[in-house]
Design a protein around this ligand. Structure first.
Ligand code: TXA
Ligand code: MG
Length: 354
């Protein structure tokens, strides 16, 4: 199959809408990451999403809408949903709601809830309006790769697998939406994202965090969100998160880098913009300013893709406080590192003695 990449225009949007109505897949930009869309009411079309991504069938999809009237007949709307929709839609918030039988089982992996989101990206909104269908769309990466934040990333993963990628430029947020479960008592954030815990609490009162956001799932632990079971965003090399004071980390990163290189490995560091100069001998990759976690969110997946393109073996990364958008960054970076963490003050001291 030939994969076309088209800038969003009246013509490409109507082609995309026709493809979706005919049961084909279309990749499109959202404010978070690019999505791989299919008509959510067409089970065969939805199954082809799983095939194109190589995604396990037990990992459910998010349904995208442009108007809350589209929820009619798809799900029940719990009382907490309305204030959330009013405050954060359109935008990077996905809400779990009890589903109706109209949604094919393959969309929800047979769970009793459906995840719904109204994106704010103008191209996503124009596409959703043009086809006027609820669109099931996971991130448009091959399963296990970082989510795509540019049309080029989508092409790398989906060339020959889908007919059309709508190019809307780089995604603004850069990490996937916040997923919240409001179906059982106290609301729970299953996946942190662009809408923060504090923002949600300003509308709902107390909001809990799913326990496995900043640590691996335990052996017999059930994932509240099936996606949390899988090692997402895994680069080919091993990422180590290096923690400690700014001074300790700036001293440890060169030690760790030199040790890896002495061991014959390809190595690099992921550091904040302010440290690029100090770490210039350590093949640094820029995570954006340490004072602006939204910059790190915006760049992270692009940086993770670069690591694979450069076939890095050992990657040492600075960390952010897990607060606000920093929580979403540390959830993705933590999972990419399989939560492998080293205290800077002890790290790599052997390298300089040798
Ligand atoms: O920003 C985003 O959310 C992007 C864009 C394209 O909208 N989409 C996205 O979809 O990230 P995906 O499929 O990559 O991630 C959806 C996450 C998965 O972790 C999945 O397990 C969870 O949402 N999820 C979906 N439906 C669920 C449900 N009914 N119950 C629990 N978790 C659910
Ligand atoms: Mg994904």
């Amino acid at each position: 199959m030939n994969t076309r990449v088209c800038p969003a225009s009246a013509d490409s949007l109507s082609l995309a809408a026709r493809l979706l109505a005919d049961g084909a897949l279309v990749a499109f930009p959202t404010e978070t990451v690019y999505g791989l869309g299919a008509n959510a009411l067409d089970a065969d079309a939805v199954l082809s999403i799983f095939a194109a991504k190589g995604r396990p069938a037990d990992n459910p999809l998010i349904v995208h809408i442009h108007d809350t009237a589209q929820l009619e007949g798809l799900c029940e709307i719990p009382p907490m949903a309305r204030p959330l929709m009013d405050a954060f839609w359109p935008g990077p918030l996905t809400i779990l709601m009890p589903r109706t039988p109209r949604i094919p089982d393959c969309v929800t992996a047979s769970l009793p809830t459906v995840a719904v989101r109204m994106p704010s990206h103008p191209v996503a909104r124009d596409l959703l309006k043009a086809c006027n269908l609820p669109i099931a769309a996971p991130s448009a990466n091959r399963s296990g790769k970082p989510s795509p934040t540019t049309a080029q990333h989508v092409l790398e993963d989906m060339q020959g697998r889908i007919p059309l990628i709508l190019d809307g430029g780089p995604c603004e947020v850069g990490l996937e939406s916040t997923v919240i479960d409001i179906c059982h008592g106290t609301p729970v954030i299953l996946r942190p994202g662009g809408i923060t815990k504090a923002q949600l609490e300003s509308v709902l009162g107390t909001v809990d965090l799913a326990p496995s956001i900043l640590r691996p799932l335990g052996k017999n632990e059930v994932a509240l969100s099936p996606g949390m079971r899988y090692r997402h965003y895994a680069p080919e090399g091993a990422i180590t998160l290096v923690t400690g004071s700014e001074e300790e980390v700036l001293q440890a990163l060169p030690r760790l880098y030199r040790q890896a290189v002495a061991d014959g490995k390809t190595a690099c560091v992921l550091c904040f913009h302010e440290h690029m100069e100090a770490l210039r001998a350590c093949h640094p990759h820029d995570l954006g300013s340490r004072l602006a976690p939204q910059e790190t969110a915006h760049r992270l997946f692009d940086v993770l893709r670069e690591l694979d393109a450069e076939h890095m073996d050992c990657i040492y990364s600075e960390v952010l406080p897990p607060e606000g958008v920093g929580l979403a960054v540390m959830n993705r970076l933590g999972r990419a590192a399989a939560f492998h963490t080293l205290a800077a003050k002890d790290a790599g001291k052997g390298a300089d003695k040798a």
